[in-house]
Ligand binder design. Structure first.
Ligand code: XIL
Length: 588
């Protein structure tokens, strides 16, 4: 909903140069903008704030129109936000009032939900609950222009019977490279809030760099009160921008399947693909997928080593649940050094204790939130040895770490499906044999395993379809309850290993057509070979080609570019998308 509003907003901004969005309707704003003179000269670290409270009854609908009238009319007055407490200029907030949904909102380590139990105006507000630390709260994401001045206002009320608390609005920029400082955070406003009446917090903010989100939290240590937010309004000068083409959403992959159709999503801004802030990515996900995997942010190093806090993962899970999308956890245990916690990079005598604490702590944290977990990822070696000599393998002197991880995960989360996940195991070669040996060993030891994940980062012609099918069959035969999940599907167009290597400078008609047939044949084979009750789902490893870890990569000594996914870099669906969809539709 807000996505469409956002496109409409961008289009209108480009047409009119300025705009007001009030109560969910779009209207061209008056041609003279009256920016707050004090705020336009303020820097990102300076902010002004004020608070006021409303005695209006939260449930009466007349309060809604009077409060919104009051902000509208004050916004055309010439006094500054700092002195009047009411923001100035064009209202950029879309859905800040939670009336038609809360897609721009997300929980920050807490739960943010639309509720009709309380409202400052209209029929709904955002309830922020389940907080266990003062930094936890809610966020609101949208695009702001660095250097422009924005007036921010929100109405806040504490949960019934809560003691008085201070609530704070912070502007957050995208993380910089320096993780020893907190220059990304700027306080915009804070004030005392009660449970008996709605209080307005407002202030001015000038983002000094790429903006990420507004944060609503309580600054006092150990403060964990639940609160309501309503009528968030953000006013400011908008630079006319040409919106790009609308993303092509397609006809909906997940609708054509009775098992999870997943996608890996970024939760940082590295390839301009951040699900939490990129509304085009959100629109595509909402229209096509029924499950999310975090491409990186649920790996071991992303969790706080003692509290297991993980803000981005929590935001993703909360967004997914608000939108009725499942989550596949990736991955409780994975070896690469650069995504390991510090205790695993330099192991000492506490290694096993820390390992157990991580597996249990993370599984417990997400108990009931996930459909499935990759419990152990990539424990098999690529060479002759069956097992990878990872830090886990060497510290446990064998595969007890795998057995234990599955048992601990099951103890902490009784319902979630537990998978072993690996790559190149679909090639029906020695690694597939090693996989069969490992899974047999786990089954013989009554290890609680529900399925096997095949990553399937495949080449145009390798592995052959026959080998892929034989590899799945070898697992299907082991136990009638084991599921098969394609966990990280992407289809490269290059083959760095062929002789001579197949290296593409671009991928046009015939290349795109071949890729389509490859996708289609893999999906069709899955539907033919894996019985419905044993389908764990199919996940693609990213949305658009320019988001892919294979968009630019080195393989077999060659520096390559590739286009392995279902949407191109302009977010238009590719023939590969049609092939995926056709196979699903033909299989129904
Ligand atoms: C990759 C991500 O796509 C990259 O962004 C990151 O730099 C490295 O990890 N197998 C897995 C995934 O299980 O976690 C990997 O994801 C790809 C290979």
């Amino acid at each position: 909903m807000s996505l469409l509003n956002y496109r409409a907003l961008a289009a209108a901004v480009s047409r009119y140069g300025c705009l007001a969005v009030l109560a969910g309707t779009l209207a061209a704003c008056e041609s003279t903008i009256d920016p707050d003179p004090s705020s336009s000269s303020s820097s990102s670290s300076s902010s002004s704030s004020s608070t006021s409270s409303s005695s209006s009854s939260s449930s009466s609908s007349s309060s809604s129109s009077s409060s919104s009238t009051s902000s509208t009319s004050s916004s055309s007055s010439s006094s500054s936000s700092s002195s009047s407490g009411v923001p100035q200029g064009d209202n950029l907030a879309v859905n800040g009032d939670a009336e038609s949904g809360i897609a721009n909102w997300a929980g920050r380590g807490a739960v943010a939900q639309r509720t009709e139990d309380e409202k400052y105006a209209g029929t709904a507000s955002v309830a922020v609950t389940g907080r266990t630390a003062s930094w936890q709260g809610a966020t609101y994401s949208l695009r702001l222009t660095p250097g422009n001045s924005y007036d921010v206002s929100v109405w806040v009320k504490l949960a019934e019977d809560a003691p008085t608390a201070t609530v704070k609005i912070t502007g957050k920029l995208v993380d910089d490279a320096d993780d020893t400082t907190y220059n990304e955070y700027t306080e915009i406003a804070s004030g005392t809030v009660t449970s008996s009446e709605w209080t307005q917090l407002s202030g001015t903010y000038v983002p000094a760099g790429q903006f990420e989100a507004f944060i609503f939290e309580t600054p006092d240590e150990f403060e964990t009160v639940s609160f309501y937010l309503d009528n968030l309004e953000i006013y400011g000068e908008v630079e006319p921008v040409e919106p790009g083409p609308d993303p092509e959403l397609g006809d909906g992959l997940a609708k054509a399947a009775e098992f999870p159709i997943g996608v890996a999503v970024a939760l940082d801004n590295s390839r301009n693909a951040n699900l939490l802030t990129n509304t085009d990515v959100q629109a595509i996900v909402l229209n096509n997928f029924s499950q999310l995997s975090a491409e990186n942010n649920m790996k071991m190093s992303y969790y706080n080593e003692t509290t297991f806090a993980n803000v981005e993962a929590e935001q993703m899970i909360s967004w997914a649940s608000q939108n009725n999308i499942g989550v596949h956890g990736h991955a409780l245990v994975w070896h690469p050094d650069y995504q390991l916690p510090s205790w695993a990079r330099t192991p000492d005598e506490n290694f096993r204790e820390r390992f157990e604490a991580h597996v249990r702590g993370v599984a417990r944290k997400h108990r009931g939130q996930l459909e499935s977990w990759d419990v152990v990822n990539e424990a098999l070696s690529d060479g002759g040895e069956p097992y990878r000599n990872s830090v886990f393998y060497s510290q446990y002197e064998g595969i007890d770490y795998i057995i234990n991880a599955f048992r601990w995960a099951r103890e902490e989360d009784p319902e979630v499906d537990l998978y072993y996940n690996d790559y190149n195991t679909e090639a029906n070669g020695p690694k597939t044999e090693a996989l069969v040996t490992l899974i047999t060993e786990l089954l013989n030891n009554d290890v609680p395993i529900n399925g096997v994940g095949f990553q399937m980062h495949v080449l145009p012609d390798w592995p052959s379809l026959a080998d892929i099918r034989a590899s799945w069959a070898a697992i299907l035969e082991l136990d009638p309850n084991l599921k098969i999940k394609i966990t990280e599907l992407d289809v490269r167009t290059n083959n760095a290993y062929s002789d001579p290597p197949l290296v593409n400078e671009s991928c046009e008609s015939s290349c795109l057509e071949q890729q389509k047939q490859r996708y289609k044949s893999i999906i069709a084979a899955y539907l033919e070979d894996v019985p419905p009750a044993r389908r764990g789902g199919i996940t693609v490893w990213g949305v658009a080609d320019n988001h892919s870890w294979y968009s630019n990569y080195e393989e077999n000594g060659l520096q390559l570019v590739d286009w392995p996914l279902l949407w191109n870099s302009s977010l238009q669906t590719k023939p590969a998308y049609d092939g995926f969809l056709e196979a699903l539709q033909e299989g129904l």
